[in-house]
Design a protein around this ligand. Structure first.
Ligand code: PLP
Length: 374
């Protein structure tokens, strides 16, 4: 039996989502744009999912645009606002945004990207974010919670400030969705959510585009999604996404995570727990064990049946140290030691105990071999 503790990367399909998927593949397989009975059934399933997801995201159904996932939602938001920005040639983002935000902003020709730094707890300074705004800003973006550390960001305050100044604002709510209520981000003109991070299937996400937000469509073609995103929608994926979103968030994650961290500290007293001083998502723990490379920890745990991750991204075959841990002021070797454990709805006390037992052995072994090498 494997122990899966990498829910911030993706989550297994929730049973309710699987049932919705099975049901919709057989009953709502038609093209929702077709006029005949099969099309109408597909349209009804899609509309039902849209209504459920609108209430989940605290918006109206007409403000929900289905996409293939959050990366597409983010591209649609940033590129779509940029295309309408006229002489506004600057984009303001948090320095610890997901690469979907950072790389999209950096890729725009003629765009100056202002990256607002975070503190040692991995929280973007709200005053500095607000200071960075101005009448030359085409679009601003701040995530609700960080995927690596779980640190919550001042996205609601940033959304209000942008609204007051008429700046389109994107909140990447991928990691908060399904773990925290999204109502707090009502003032964001755009909100990105991904299905596979909350127990739905991969291949679908949504972008909330609030009434009055002007975007050029990033994908052109047919008139689907009220001309905001062309391409035939998938009612089955939408139904499963909605079913997963409607599941009540698990209530025991913070106590499991806090219990894990105090037990880890008892085993490895010099462990550093990143973002420990910040309000965090209840399911996420990011830590570094001195003398133990994060990648080696991940590989050793995998061999023992436990799935966790490093914050590092694999870019062209080379493992890059996490930009998030670096932005928090740590050096490259600390960033290379970072390990992320992210719990989910099915995580049990026994899973956490097994992780601690294996981690104690793995850490001792890696530290001993590091010490032997000098
Ligand atoms: N934003 C954040 C904060 C994420 O964690 C991720 C996925 O890792 C994404 C965006 C991209 O989501 P998707 O996999 O749906 O494209």
């Amino acid at each position: 039996m494997r122990v899966y503790l990498d829910h911030n990367a993706t989550s297994p399909l929730a049973p309710a989502a699987r049932r919705a998927l099975d049901e919709a593949w057989s009953s709502a397989w038609g093209n929702p744009s077709s006029l005949h009975a099969e099309g109408r059934l597909a349209r009804a399933a899609l509309d039902q999912a849209r209504t459920a997801l609108a209430s989940f995201a605290s918006c109206s159904p007409t403000e929900v645009v289905f996409t293939s996932g959050a990366t597409e939602s983010i591209n649609a938001a940033i590129r779509g606002a940029w295309a309408r920005a006229g002489l506004r040639r600057r984009i303001v983002v948090g320095a610890i945004e997901h690469s979907a935000v950072l790389e999209t902003a950096r890729a725009l020709a003629g765009c100056t990207v202002t990256e607002v730094p975070c503190d040692t707890n991995g929280v973007v300074d709200p005053a500095r974010f607000l200071d960075a705004l101005g009448d030359d800003v085409a679009v601003a973006a701040l995530q609700a919670a960080n995927s690596e550390t779980g640190a919550l960001q001042p996205a609601a305050a940033a959304a209000s400030a942008c609204r007051a100044q008429g700046i389109p604002f994107l909140c990447d709510a991928v990691q908060a969705a399904g773990r925290l209520p999204l109502e707090a981000y009502r003032e964001a003109s755009m909100l990105a959510v991904s299905s596979h991070k909350l127990g739905g299937p991969a291949g679908i996400g949504l972008l909330v585009v609030r009434e009055g937000t002007e975007l050029s469509p990033a994908i052109t073609g047919g008139p689907q999604e009220r001309r905001r995103r062309a391409g035939t929608e998938s009612p089955a994926l939408a139904a499963a996404f909605a079913a997963a979103a409607l599941e009540p968030p698990p209530s025991n994650l913070a106590s499991l995570r806090d219990g894990f961290e105090s037990a880890l500290r008892a085993i490895v007293p010099d462990v550093r727990i990143h973002a420990e001083g910040a309000p965090r998502l209840p399911n996420t723990s990011n830590f570094a064990i001195p003398g133990a490379d994060g990648e080696l920890v991940v590989i050793a745990l995998d061999l023992e049946g436990i799935s966790v991750s490093t914050g590092s991204a694999c870019a062209s075959g080379a493992v890059e140290p996490s930009h998030v841990i670096r932005a928090m002021g740590y050096d490259e070797s600390e960033a290379r030691r970072a390990v992320r454990v992210s719990l989910g709805a099915a995580t049990t006390d026994a899973d956490v105990e097994r992780l601690l037992e294996v981690l104690a052995r793995v850490a001792a072994r890696l530290r001993a071999s590091r010490a032997a090498r000098g």
